[in-house]
Ligand binder design. Sequence first.
Ligand code: FES
Length: 146
Amino acid sequence: MVYKSLFIYNEGNHRLYMVFIRARRMQLYQERVMDHYRNPRNRGELATPDFSSDLHNPSCGDSIVIQATIKDGILANIAFEGNGCVISQAAASLLTEAIKEKSLDEIRSFTPDHLIALLGIPLGPTRLKCALLALDALKAGIARYA
Ligand code: FES
C-alpha cells in the first residue's frame, strides 16, 4: 500500500524539523568527542621528539604534554600525554589528528576557532580553557622550536 505523505509542511513543522536536525548534529559531535576521549589518537611518547611542550590548567591542575618531530618544515609525527577532563583529552586527540603531516605554517594558522569547530559542542569559558590546553602547548612548543 502506498501512503501519501503524512508530513504536512508548515512553518511549525519546519521549526520542529530544524530543532531535531540540530539536536542530532549535537549528538553526533558528542559521540565523536567521547570516542576521542575513550580511544585517543596519537596518545603516547615519541622516542626522539624535536620538541616537547607541557602545559597545565592552573584552575584544575590538569596537564598535557605535546611532543612532535619536524621534517622539512612538516610536522611528521606528534604524540600527547595528559591527565584531564573529557574536553581537554578529546581536544588533544582531535588536534593531533588534524595537524599531523601539515606544514608548520599551516599549523601556525590553526586557530582556537578551528579546534572549537572540530569539537562542535558548546563551551563555556571554563571548558574553553580545557579545550585549548593542547593547542596552547603545541603553539608554545613550535614557537620555541622555530
Ligand atoms: Fe582540567 Fe578540563 S577540568 S582541563
